[in-house]
Design a protein around this ligand. Structure first.
Ligand SMILES: Nc1ncnc2c1ncn2[C@@H]1O[C@H](COP(=O)(O)OP(=O)(O)OP(=O)(O)O)[C@@H](O)[C@H]1O
Length: 756
């Protein structure tokens, strides 16, 4: 990311292991039912109710009609009796609004469930010291390797995990390495691998095939590790690194395997693909097997693939060194360690918070022993990471997120933020919405846009539907990110740790914010049970930033002046911001021709599988069908929380009308259930996401390393090889590595310049 303030909107990894629920028809778990009933009771007790029509919605909580009591526990000030939200500015072309000129943003601050007090137990977090004062040159490494680390990687002192791991691995032991995110685990294994392979008596030949196999969960991590290995191998040009990660045609990958790769970095799925179909892949010379980010490998559902790979390697070779690295030590990781490691040394950076006085506690090297439940469940969090949570009613989520982004990126300096959402559609929706409303988009001012929209900061987006562009995420080392926002809660504590681990890396400071709905507040206790400490930021403190900019001031007719102060003023301004969002979502400029056809369309999907970018009935409004698809994707993702979290995250606890509001919809869509879930097949790709040539160059870069290492150095040859990749090179690895976010290219995250 650039030096200017930036917000990266990002979709996390799929919840591969999460069981899917049968959304609305599934009987409620007892606990979910109890909570739903409690919520119902709250509605009954607070003399408030959603509009009558909402009561008939199949998927939302029924609520009884009561009279004007302001949300409790939110704003302490007296509620304004007659706040009439800003009149919609939706233009004359809006059919419905022509008919009904007085469309208003219904109150954001009424009918909300109470925000519960967070009774979070204060827990002592596990904390690790990142750096040591020991230098790499103190290790018994080849002098050229040391000078490469110093001059190419520009690193001199070791991190704790490197100091503990490198000597153990150089001794030839298997190891289980657990250390917090961003602590330098990649080098902890890459250095010993390179040191041992360059020192082999009979010099490695390219045609020998793999001596080291490094398995990583994602393409982007594969690329990152590849880049690190490639740099370390600079003085040892006879050793050839290579990466398999999908995105490239299998045929061209096969060709590269046939040529010979000595250090092979791969995602598990792709390697299994080759084991099953490529005759030329042999493991007889394997000396090293590395399983990096083992927790993520399991989270992403690769356990079976790992078994296939282990069986294939075991069939050909026995005497090798195995290393398993993970930021979190879960039961799954312990199980994987059991089947992949032989008599391993267990390395973990000690908990600084426990006993600072005992120098022995600085090093934890132990023979593998059964671990206690609490050991397995507690995770180390970087010491410089401040974690926060805010509880926000569904209706206020969108304005709260926007206010938080504005607070950090518009009114504070040097902030870089990553916002995690639960689906690609959500990323696209918020990216477009914020780009057009908060930044003003392009072209002349229009409705649904803030009068003084800011251009002081920018948005990038990253998600899996972005072909040829990076699917950042797990494992990504985005430099100097200061804030991580989780707009949708993660499905596991390990996922939580990996998300917040994109900040406060390698000893830096950083902060995180988790946004929860009132019904999700118990999640804080769930995190606390894993020794994750989190402090509360009140929603009103987030929204209060809106008083800093008069563009959020409610405009009044004539000379009428606003006397609103304090909480009331904040409410008014939040309503103005929500109106801007709703105007944008409902605006005529987002419509495409064929509106009538779209309005009658019940599937939203064209025969070719792409969605109708047309309108659909939502209450009495007409909106782009994609917004409903987005809402639907949110609900689909919500239904995939694992069973153990269902009592907190259950679709039956969602109030659809309120959730719709957080998508800028004025009402819950009537035809939501009719919109087919076939959306999965929908081709959401847009021309600006299809930069195929970039990936061709990316492949050329990989080939350049692989083919120029020792044996083939001519550029012409590199080009030729690149061409040989043929059509495959047009659909190659879409992921790029850590550097990707360092360089902004317009509003979209793209491949780094060096790959172009
Ligand atoms: N000894 C060192 N000195 C300075 N920087 C280092 C050192 N070791 C690693 N780094 C840098 O720290 C960052 C994080 O390293 P790395 O990605 O290996 O962490 P990690 O522990 O694997 O994190 P995660 O578990 O989140 O993937 C990288 O930018 C890396 O270049």
């Amino acid at each position: 990311m650039a030096a200017t303030d930036r917000v990266l909107l990002h979709v996390p990894e799929p919840r591969a292991a999460a069981p899917r629920t049968r959304t609305f028809s599934r009987p409620r778990p007892a606990r979910a039912r109890r909570q739903a009933e409690a919520t119902k009771r709250r509605y009954r007790e607070s003399s408030e109710a959603p509009p009558a029509k909402r009561r008939s919605e199949a998927s939302c909580l029924p609520a009884k009609k009561t009279a004007g009591k302001e949300t409790q526990g939110t704003f302490q000030g007296k509620a304004p009796k007659t706040f009439s939200p800003k009149k919609s500015s939706a233009g004359g072309s809006d059919r419905n609004q022509e008919r009904k000129p007085g469309i208003k943003t219904s109150s954001l601050f009424k009918n909300n469930p109470e925000i519960p007090e967070l009774h979070r137990p204060v827990v002592k977090q596990v904390q690790e010291k990142v750096f040591t004062s020991d230098a790499f040159h103190e290790l018994d490494l080849h002098p050229h390797l040391i000078s490469t680390i110093n001059s190419v990687l520009k690193m001199s002192s070791m991190t704790s995990v490197q100091k503990q791991s490198i000597p153990v691995l150089l001794e030839g032991r298997d190891a289980l390495v657990r250390s917090q995110t961003g602590s330098g685990k990649t080098l902890a294994y890459c250095i010993p691998v390179v040191q041992s392979l360059q020192a082999m008596e009979s010099k490695i030949q390219r045609a020998d095939g793999p001596y080291a196999l490094i398995l990583v969960p994602t393409r982007e991590l594969a690329l990152q590790s590849f880049e690190t290995v490639q740099k370390l191998l600079k003085p040892f040009t006879w050793i050839v690194p290579g990466v398999l990660m999908g995105g490239e045609k299998r045929k061209s990958e096969k060709a590269r395997i046939r040529k010979g790769i000595n250090i092979l970095i791969s995602t598990p799925g792709r390697l299994v693909d080759h084991i099953k179909s490529t005759k030329n892949i042999h493991f007889s010379r394997i000396r090293w097997l590395i399983l990096d980010e083992a927790d993520r490998i399991l989270d992403l559902g690769f356990e079976k693939d790992i078994t296939v790979i282990l069986n294939a390697i075991n069939a050909e070779c026995q005497g090798r060194q195995n290393v398993l690295l993970s930021a979190t030590l879960t039961e799954g990781v312990a199980r994987l360690a059991d089947i992949s490691l032989h008599n391993p040394v267990s390395i973990s950076v000690p908990d600084e918070s426990h006993d600072r006085s005992d120098p022995k506690s600085r090093v934890v090297l132990e023979a593998s022993a059964p671990r206690t439940g609490s050991e397995l469940d507690s995770f180390a969090i970087p010491a410089g990471l401040d974690q926060h949570v805010t509880v926000v009613p569904s209706k206020l989520r969108l304005v709260s997120l926007a206010a938080f982004i504005l607070q950090k990126c518009k009114f504070e300096r040097d902030q870089k933020m990553v916002v995690f959402f639960s689906s690609c559609e959500l990323v696209e929706f918020h990216y477009n919405l914020f780009l057009q409303t908060l930044l003003g988009g392009s072209g002349a001012p229009a409705q649904g846009r803030l009068p003084s929209a800011s251009t002081q900061f920018g948005f990038l987006r990253l998600h899996g539907d972005m072909e040829q562009e990076d699917v950042a995420a797990r494992g990504l080392d985005l430099p100097q990110v200061t804030w991580i926002v989780q707009y949708n809660a993660p499905a596991s504590p390990a996922e939580y740790i990996h998300r917040i681990g994109r900040t406060a890396r390698i000893g830096c400071r950083g902060s995180s914010l988790l946004i929860l709905a009132p019904s999700e507040a118990e999640y804080v206790n769930s995190l606390a049970s894993h020794k994750i400490n989190i402090s509360e930021i009140k929603m009103e403190d987030i929204l209060s930033v809106l008083t800093k900019d008069d563009c959020f001031k409610r405009s009044r007719r004539g000379n009428q002046k606003s006397h609103a102060v304090g909480p009331q003023e904040i409410r008014e301004r939040a309503t103005v911001l929500q109106t801007v969002f709703e105007d944008y979502v409902h605006s005529s400029e987002r419509r495409v021709s064929g509106a009538k056809k779209g309005a009658q369309d019940t599937t939203g999907i064209k025969p070719d599988g792409s969605p109708h970018l047309s309108n659909s009935l939502v209450g009495e409004q007409t909106v782009n069908v994609m917004d409903i698809v987005t809402l639907q994707s949110f609900i689909r993702a919500y239904a995939t929380y694992p069973r153990e979290l269902k009592h907190i995250f259950h679709v039956r606890l969602l109030h659809l009308g309120h959730v719709a509001k957080s998508f800028g919809l004025r009402d819950a869509p009537k035809n939501l259930s009719a919109l087919s879930v076939k959306k999965k097949k929908a081709n959401l790709k847009r021309p600006d996401l299809q930069r195929r040539t970039q990936s061709r160059h990316r492949l050329a870069e990989i080939l350049r390393s692989e083919y120029s290492s020792g044996m083939e150095t001519s550029v012409a040859k590199v080009k030729k090889q690149s061409e040989c990749a043929g059509p495959g090179s047009q659909r190659p690895a879409s992921a790029v590595g850590k550097k990707q976010a360092q360089k902004p290219h317009g509003g979209t995250a793209r491949l780094p310049r060096k790959y172009l």
